[in-house]
Design a protein around this ligand. Structure first.
Ligand code: NDP
Length: 243
């Protein structure tokens, strides 16, 4: 049987690395991008040697159109196909909008939103029936519950509209597009320590942070043939976060 191929952006650390690991254990060959942290990327590859799958890191700046095109082209060059695209790379700017420079606004839009659009546009040229587009949004895509998150919330809300539209465009070709919306997940971006983490935990029904594996498990399901009738959806994995 042909081995299916997945690409995960921002796969060197955190949620992305967990998704790379789960898809490898599910039997995919996996390419993943990273920006700067080559050491973490090589560690991710090393840790997954026992899966027996081919796992290839690709250095690419997700904030540039050239980087977005490069990562898709490299994946197809290396593996000859692309079945699952997981757009995970993202940054979390924090602060009131009047304290953000135009350069900061552009940086966030380029990585959190434009990259998803360019990578999708390039990836679908290579995709066939049964392929999957999976975007890592945020619970803040549904609502901006705290001060200081307007820019981030706007970028994650954009993914909802994009996935719905793409689902319509590509449904007839048998390709699905969905957003996974994590709540607080313990990573470098949002460590589950200190007073602010305790406060954030108190807004969840479980009273806790989630793990990177919680998100990887949802991505694994959406990528599988079982999820063929789920498309255009925004799926929360957030411990019942209410805010
Ligand atoms: P981390 O900061 O732990 O990891 C970020 C990953 O993205 C790294 O692999 C990093 O690569 C890569 N990356 C960063 N900038 C770029 C860039 N310009 N180009 C390419 N890759 C880049 O983040 P998380 O794992 O926590 O977050 C992953 C996604 O999940 C993000 O989209 C985030 O918004 C979302 N999310 C996270 C939540 C959380 O609580 N953690 C909650 C809700 C959503 P490198 O190692 O080279 O720096």
């Amino acid at each position: 049987m042909t081995t299916r191929v997945a690409l995960v952006t921002g796969g060197s650390r955190g949620i992305g690395a967990a998704i790379v690991g789960q898809l490898a254990r599910d039997g995919y060959d996996v390419a993943f991008s990273y920006a700067r942290n080559e050491k973490a990327a090589l560690e991710t590859v090393e840790q997954l040697k026992s899966t027996g799958r081919k796992i290839v890191p690709v250095q690419a700046d997700g904030g540039s159109v050239a980087g977005n095109k490069h990562v898709i082209a490299e994946t197809v060059k290396i593996f000859g196909r692309l079945d699952v695209l997981v757009c995970n790379a993202g940054i979390y700017p924090y602060g009131p909008i009047d304290e953000m420079s135009v350069e900061q606004i552009e940086q966030v839009l380029n990585l959190n939103v434009r990259s998803v659009m360019v990578e999708t546009s390039e990836a679908v040229k290579h995709m066939t029936k049964g392929s999957r587009l999976i975007y890592i949004g945020s619970a803040f895509g549904a609502r901006a519950p705290f001060p200081g998150v307007s820019l981030y919330a706007a970028t994650k809300a954009a993914l909802r509209g994009f996935a719905q539209g793409v689902a319509r465009d590509l449904g007839p070709r048998g390709i699905t597009a969905n957003v996974v919306e994590p709540g607080p997940i313990d990573t470098d971006l949002n460590p589950a320590t200190g007073e602010s983490a305790r406060l954030i935990s108190s807004f969840t029904a479980t009273g806790s942070y989630g793990t990177v594996q919680d998100i990887a498990d949802m991505v694994s399901y959406l990528a599988s043939p079982k999820a063929g009738y789920i498309t255009g959806a925004a799926l929360p994995v957030d411990g019942g976060l209410e805010a």
